[in-house]
Design a binder for this molecule. Sequence first.
Ligand code: ZN
Length: 192
Amino acid sequence: MVLPIYNAFHPVLKQKTSDVENFDESIIQLVNDMYETMDFAEGIGLAANQVGRSISIVTVNDIYDEDDRLLHPKKAYINPVITSFSDEMDDFNEGCLSVPELRETVTRPKKIQVRYIDINGNERSESIDGLLARVLQHEIDHLNGILFFERISPIRRTLIQNKLKKIKKGLIVPNYPMVLPTGKLIGELTET
Ligand code: ZN
């Protein structure tokens, strides 16, 4: 089922999520719904609080290399924690399904070590770089109530104030369903 995406200014996105304690059927269902939602909204990653659930789950969509070979099939990271960051940094032009039509360059560490639980309930720790490291840092920020535009320079942030206000009010309508801070639903509501 495609779930509506919560607008960046909805309180659920400023709240730190809780860890998943019980691996039951509802978690599998939520992960599958998050996969469907990512595909529908054409997102590369999604945090559970972006679909209104304040729990620590991140999904990442299929990632391909330059030759269009599948590098990382879509995957769920449950209770993910970044345990180390590289000193080497990288710039990337990020976007976010909760912030329609805004793209900003964000500087982040190039490589990370991530500890998480996989969909089968196994605890894992992986060293990750490239686009996957970028996406995971953005999504794990969501679980901690941090939005990507909070990581840009104060000058850039001032320059985008008006656009952020429009997004908050729902004046920029995405082509997927979105819940505004008021609870109102906007956007494309039917699956194609
Ligand atoms: Zn995001």
